[in-house]
Structures are given as C-alpha cells and as structure tokens.
Ligand binder design. Structure first.
Ligand code: PMP
Length: 463
C-alpha cells in the first residue's frame, strides 16, 4: 500500500478564494434551505485523494466524514479509478435497468464472497434504487409480503433513511414531526446506549434490561404490540452517535426474533465493508440475520444499494420493488473492486487496530478535558460526546449534551484542516469516520487537530 503524506492546511490563494466565495454565495442563493453538510462545511472541494480534500481556494483538509462513511478507500483510490477507466474503455452500457451484465455478475460474486457462509449459502440479492433508504424500503416490503404482517420493530436512536417507511423506523423526532411518515405501525424499542441508558443504569446491566423489556413487550397480550413484520437494527448506530450494541444484546435480539418468527433485518448501510473492524458488523456477534441492507461503501464511491436475504423470504412478486436506477454498471465495477481490495488487504482488521488506538488516545483526552463526556465506537466508527462540564451528573454519570460546544468543536476542527461531522442526541457527538486506509501518521494528525480544537473550545477561546 502506498502511504500518502499528511496534508496540512495551506494558505489560500486570493484568486482561488474569490472563485470559491462566488460558488458558495450562489449555492446559498439557489439551493434548498434543507441543505445539510454544505452549511457546516463552507468549502468547495476541487480535488481529493485518499484522506485529503483540497478546496478551490487551495486549502487542504483531512476528511473524517468520508461521504458519511461511504469512502472505505478514501477519495479516488487507484483501485477505484482503474475500475472506472477499465469499464469505460470496455464499451459496457452504463445503464441497464436490472438486466444481467458481466459487471453485475462479478459484483454479486465479490459481495457473496464476503458474507458469513451460513448466510451466503442461502442468500438472494435484490438490486435497489441507489440509496440506502431505498434498500431499507425494499427490506421492509419484503418482510411484510413474506409474513403478511405490517408493523416494524425499530430502536431509539436509529437512522434508516428519509423515505416514508425508512423514516418511520428512524428515531429522530425532528425529522418526523412535520411530515407524514410511513403507514406501517412502528414499535419503538430501547437501544442499549450505555452513556444515556434508557433505564438509567448503563453497562451490561442496561443492555440486559433492554433485551428483557423487548421480550416482555412482544409477549404481553395487553402490551399493544401486534407481532411485527420485521425487526430492524444497526449493530453500531451511526447517525445515532457511533453507539455500539454489545454482542450479547445482538445475540439476544436474534434469539427473541427467531423464537417469535419475526424476521431480523440488520441495516449495514454504514457499518459494512470493514468499517467496524469486521467485514460486516454482524461478524462480531456471529448472528445470522434474515436480511441485510447494504449501500454506501459497497459502491466504491458510486451510488449502489442492495438487500441480501434468506431465500425462504423470496416470495414477492415480479416488480414488487422496481426502479429505474438499479443497473449502474460503473458502480458495480467500482464496488466489486473495493470489496475485493478491502478483503485482500485485511482492511477490516486494520480498522480494528487503528480504531482501538485512536479510541484509547481519545479516552486519555476525556480524562483531561471535562467536556468530553463519553468516547465510544467500534473500529473506525468513533464517537466523542460533548457535554456541559458544569452541569451535574445523572445516575449513569452522564452530563447534559452540549450541542453549542459541539458545533464550536466542529468549526475549530475545520479551521485546523479537519472535517468531522456531528451526530447523536442533540447533535452533540463528534463522529470520526476516516477511510480504512488511514495511515498511522494521519491518525495522529487527526487526533492532534481534534485535541487542539477541543482545548480551544474548553478554554473558552472560541465564541
Ligand atoms: N441506514 C443507515 C444505517 C444509514 O447510516 C443511512 C445513511 N446515513 C441510511 C440507512 C440511508 O442511506 P441513504 O442516505 O443513502 O439513503
């Protein structure tokens, strides 16, 4: 593997500065007020390679957002570029609906080779519209069709997407309160979030209580819950603030759903392709789900989304989940190349090692900077929860979230040439999602800049 050098923020050129400023002004004037990342990161990416993004003004940034966890190999990796060039040169049709192509056949081979064998042996794949949310819709419809039931069991803190069914399963109240969400009834269950434990106890005990509550609610004839068509969960919640569920809790969810014939859908849109230190996050607990939802990194930078599920559920009708953009030849080529590269280079294992090292150093920082309330994560999916250090602690030792401080930390990071996004409750968790190819040197640079930004905000030097 070639080792890219760490890029430091450079001074902007004034011509580039003017051009970038013009683009940003026009964006603000013409684009929707619902734009998101563009608000937090007023930069104009012009070039990118590996972990480094260069703005039109010449400034450089280390990118710990990675397209919201999409870029397993960072930006414009040689393996991805080679797949694009090869496919273009081959004359393959770039758009083919869901017709059979050599590229699709090869992508399916590459993907199935990465699956746990107990799952792969009985797997069917459905190519969906290109976003994660569309694959979530497909998984929910598949299980509703198979079981003849309607409802969905989903978790506090969950994020599954912005279309009706997926939004229904999502936890965020702000994203739902002003719009009509999906028609399926959603039973909201407690996710084991140790720092802000729904039962106020935290740790393994909190996770045990969460599992007990789920089991008893599903079994209670007066609990108000009609047996759902599926349970959907993330093994590590991403947008929810990099919250990993204990493996024991995941095994409990598998047991509870199996015993009650409730299909279990694991949403691996963000956790997949090595991100958590296993190729698929289900690999840590060893559970075999009934369906997996996949998108983001499986397309190797380009849009691609699929569901993979046990053939026993494959009873839906032709056209049951159709869509025009389900045959993106380039994405299948870049996706297959990425999946194979991650497997061949042992990048999941690498994510586990670097992630553990980064988390350990952040733990040290927590001891020094009181506004760092919690450090958590798995592999290269890391969360640093920012709290109000002057407020009192609750029964789990947690202090109230401090979204204003978290925003200041994000801005202070950007000033230092580091892109980090926020998530979690009240948007108070700084999330680190660097590419799996991050070097040791880059990991140190990320932590140096983050520590510096945290110290600036903690010292009140940033308004
Ligand atoms: N599920 C999970 C776990 C996600 O993290 C996301 C996106 N952040 C989605 C689904 C939705 O994917 P998309 O934004 O591509 O619709």
């Amino acid at each position: 593997m070639t080792v890219p050098t760490v890029a430091l923020p450079t001074t902007a050129s004034s011509a580039g500065d003017d051009a970038a400023e013009g683009i940003l002004l026009r964006q603000r004037a013409r684009e929707s007020s619902a734009r998101t990342y563009a608000r937090s990161f007023p930069i104009v990416p012009a070039r990118a390679t590996g972990m480094t993004v260069e703005g039109a003004d010449g400034r450089r940034y280390l990118d710990c957002l990675s397209g919201a966890g999409t870029l397993a190999l960072g930006h414009n990796h040689p393996v991805v570029l080679e797949a694009v060039r090869r496919t273009l040169d081959s004359g393959a049709p770039l758009h083919v609906l869901d017709l059979a192509t050599p590229e699709k056949d090869d992508f399916t081979d590459a993907l199935f080779a990465t699956l746990p064998s107990a799952f792969a042996d009985r797997a069917r794949i459905h190519f969906c519209g290109p976003a994660g949310t569309d694959a979530v819709e497909a998984a929910l419809k598949l299980m509703q069709t198979a079981t003849g039931r309607r409802g969905v069991a989903a978790f506090t803190g969950a994020y599954h997407g912005m279309t009706a069914g997926a939004l229904g399963a999502t936890g965020s109240v702000a994203a739902k309160e002003r719009v009509a969400v999906g028609s399926a009834e959603v039973t909201r269950l407690p996710y084991p979030y140790s720092y802000r434990c729904p039962f106020g106890v935290g740790g393994e005990r909190g996770a045990e209580l969460a599992a007990t509550y789920t089991q008893r609610l599903l079994d209670d004839p007066s609990g108000g819950v009609v047996r759902p068509a599926a349970m959907i969960l993330e093994a590590v919640q991403g947008e929810g603030g990099a919250v990993p569920a204990p493996d024991s809790w995941l095994r409990e969810m598998r047991r509870i759903t199996s015993e009650r014939e409730i299909p279990l859908i694991v949403d691996e849109v963000q956790t997949g392709v090595g991100r958590t230190g296993a190729f698929w996050a289900v690999g840590h607990s060893g559970i075999v789900p009934d369906a997996m939802v996949m998108s983001k990194a499986i397309g190797g930078s380009l849009p691609l989304a699929v569901i993979v599920y046990d053939e026993a559920y494959d009873g839906w009708q032709p056209g049951a989940h159709t869509g025009t953009f389900r045959g993106n030849t380039l994405a299948m080529a870049t996706g297959a190349a990425t999946l194979r590269y991650v497997a061949r280079e042992g990048l999941a294992e690498r994510a586990a090692v670097v992630g553990a090292r980064m988390t350990a150093r952040l733990e040290g920082l927590r001891a020094e900077v009181p506004m760092v309330g919690d450090v958590r994560g798995r592999g290269l999916m890391i969360g640093v929860e920012i709290v109000d250090p002057e407020a009192g602690e609750d029964s789990c030792g947690a202090r109230p979230a401090a979204p204003d401080r978290a925003e200041r930390v994000r801005a202070a990071c950007l000033d230092r040439g580091l892109i980090v996004e926020l998530g979690g409750r009240f948007g108070s968790t700084v999330r680190l999602l660097p590419p799996l190819v991050i070097t040791d040197e880059q990991a140190e640079a990320v932590l140096d800049r983050l520590a510096d930004a945290l110290n600036e905000v903690a010292a009140g030097r940033r308004a």
